[in-house]
Design a protein around this ligand. Structure first.
Ligand SMILES: NC(=O)c1ccc[n+]([C@@H]2O[C@H](COP(=O)([O-])OP(=O)(O)OC[C@H]3O[C@@H](n4cnc5c(N)ncnc54)[C@H](OP(=O)(O)O)[C@@H]3O)[C@@H](O)[C@H]2O)c1
Length: 279
């Protein structure tokens, strides 16, 4: 692919996990990439190989002013942005009551406000181009949440709802929006990146404690392969597809089926009462 026809990607949180895998695969296909990291040297190995097609910038997505600056510079780099991936994020583990206000704020700022800052900064650019694809990383917790992931799952659920609205708003303007919904994948998500609640309340041991135990047991053994996840995202883009949701991993496909069946069962049980409340 010539540099004129290659796509230009902007991906947040490229130091590890999905972001790092995506970065590598995007560059391998010959596309160009503006990768954001928090530690400036995080992608030095890739930078030496892809001097022409990779730009690395430091960005903390919670800093709205910095997002504006970085996005403006990114759009100026090669004159447009084709694929924007809101990947940066982390989990906060603990009962809603156990998390401190500061922890809750930081989690919402990163997982919800961060992607929102990026979306709102890139939308004027994509609207002017009349093209572009926004990809927001969601999570299995949005399908039905776990005890112990309330704040994190809540942030991702709000991101899902906003993304659905944005998708409807910008579809007539030539812009696509997709939510990527991964199950457990072998990244740094439940090791280095996971933040544990400041508080500890023994009443939550049987619920949140059990979920924490599950995460501990699957750490390093998650069924999802981030290399394959990145390949699926790249393929979706190269095929010109834009589903509302791209689920990744068998865990999540089974969870969707179960959630749908439970919703249907509950709807059937309550339907008569629901419809009887109309005038
Ligand atoms: N892996 C899973 O099982 C899983 C499942 C569902 C959803 N997800 C989602 O997938 C996305 C990527 O996570 P991952 O699994 O690849 O985990 P990861 O390996 O821990 O990567 C997370 C990335 O986000 C960056 N980041 C965190 N806070 C940031 C901030 N305030 N500003 C900028 N960058 C920030 C990290 O940067 P540093 O290196 O500087 O910390 C890192 O690059 C997240 O949105 C996560 O919620 C993951």
């Amino acid at each position: 692919m010539s540099s004129e026809s290659s796509r230009i990607w902007f991906i947040t949180g490229c130091s590890s996990g999905f972001g790092r895998e995506l970065a590598e695969q995007v560059l391998l296909t010959g596309d160009r990439l503006i990768a954001t990291v928090r530690k400036a040297d995080a992608l030095d190995d890739l930078r030496s190989v892809y001097a022409e097609t990779l730009r690395v910038v430091t960005l903390d997505v919670t800093d709205a002013a910095q997002v504006q600056e970085v996005v403006a510079a990114a759009a100026g780099e090669w004159g447009r942005l084709d694929v924007v991936v809101n990947n940066a994020g982390y989990g906060l583990l603990g009962a809603v009551e156990e998390c401190s206000d500061a922890q809750i704020q930081r989690c919402l700022d990163t997982n919800l406000m961060g992607p929102l800052h990026v979306m709102r900064a890139v939308l004027p650019i994509l609207r002017a181009q009349k093209s572009g694809h926004l990809i927001n990383m969601s999570a299995a917790a949005t399908l039905s949440n776990y005890a112990g992931f309330g704040i994190y799952g809540g942030a991702k659920a709000a991101l899902e709802s906003i993304s659905e609205a944005v998708r409807a708003e910008v579809a007539p303007l030539g812009i696509k929006v997709t939510l990527v919904v991964p199950g457990p994948f072998r990244t740094d998500f439940i090791s280095r990146s996971l933040v544990k609640a400041d508080g500890k309340i023994t009443d939550y041991e049987k619920t949140c404690g059990q979920f924490a135990g599950f995460l501990e047991r699957i750490n390093g053994k998650q069924p999802g392969d981030p290399t394959k996840a990145a390949a699926a995202i790249v393929k979706m883009i190269h095929d010109g597809k834009a589903p509302l949701r791209l689920p990744l991993g068998k865990y999540v496909t089974e969870k969707i089926r179960k959630r749908n069946a439970n919703s249907e069962r509950e709807l059937t049980e309550w339907e008569a009462i629901a419809v009887a409340t109309d005038y």
